[in-house]
Design a protein around this ligand. Structure first.
Ligand code: ZN
Length: 283
């Protein structure tokens, strides 16, 4: 077996949702966001309608999802974020106003991180241990900063398809990798005038099923990234349900949160094989 998963499972599956709401629009186009009710409402659909629908779907199948939330979403849509927390899904950090880290200096990066931790504290009384960078941009110094601020893992890089470790002066940070193929935005996202069409959902679900089948045979870590304002549309969630049924029908699949996958990687090392029984150290 290429990578050892707990309980002898063949592969891991995590359903993750980046609850950006209007944050990326506000960060990238602040002036337009200030006057475009249309652009803001398109994105508010995600927290208003998409999130409750996604929570219902996960509940139907007894699955726990992982939701990454910018500070902006926590401040402006507190009730939606609390509904995710109260349904016992995992919450992780996702920037403050969806700042793409490649646009920030080290100092600014630290400030943005401190600002979001303050929002987590005051609005949710929580401190996140999982991180996904906005737009999947990470600087070379970012893993060390995350480690310094107590994060257990990052989930923004594409360097493997099983969890791996990023070296930092403060010790390794677990990376639970993502990939563009398993992101709903390049598939479904429609921006008028961009030339991007809306993908046929049957094609998208077929691609995701095929990637899942491949990852299962390769003992991989299937991390699907969705955005409630994009994937929360009714028909697309029917497609996600089809995918969930396909994955549940396959033997040996470990459905987990990204945090649980990271915990397994931290305790079992790079190969996923426990080098020592964790219980053996306790007396
Ligand atoms: Zn995002």
């Amino acid at each position: 077996m290429r990578y050892g998963w707990p309980g002898g499972h063949e592969c891991a599956v995590a359903l993750s949702f980046d609850v950006d709401a209007e944050s990326a629009f506000v960060f990238r186009f602040p002036e337009k966001a200030g006057r475009s009710l249309a652009g803001m409402e398109e994105r508010r659909f995600g927290v208003r309608t998409g999130v409750p629908r996604i929570l219902r779907l996960l509940d139907t199948y007894g699955l726990r999802g992982t939701f990454y939330v910018p500070g902006y979403t926590i401040v402006h849509h507190t009730a939606a974020v609390r509904s995710i927390r109260d349904a016992v899904h995992e919450l992780g950090a996702h920037g403050n106003v969806h700042e793409s880290l490649d646009t920030l200096s080290d100092k600014e990066e630290v400030q943005v991180l401190e600002d979001q931790l303050q929002i987590w504290r005051s609005s949710l009384d929580m401190r996140p241990t999982g991180y996904r960078s906005p737009s999947w941009e990470l600087n070379t110094g970012s893993p060390a900063i995350l480690k310094r601020y107590g994060f257990a893992y990052d989930s923004s890089l594409m360097g493997d398809d099983v969890p791996y470790l990023l070296d930092t002066p403060a010790g390794p940070l677990v990376e639970v990798p993502v990939q563009w193929l398993l992101d709903d935005a390049p598939m479904y996202r429609y921006a008028p005038g961009s030339g991007n069409g809306i993908a046929d959902p049957d094609r998208v679900i077929r691609m995701w099923m095929q990637e899942f089948d491949g990852m299962r045979s390769e003992n991989g870590c299937f991390v699907l990234t969705m955005h409630p304002w994009i994937s929360g549309r009714a028909g697309r969630l029917l497609g996600l349900e089809q995918l969930i049924r396909h994955m549940r029908a396959a033997p040996g699949v470990w459905f987990a949160t990204v945090g649980e996958i990271a915990e397994w990687a931290a305790s079992s090392g790079a190969t996923g094989t426990l080098t020592r029984d964790p219980a053996a150290g306790r007396s």
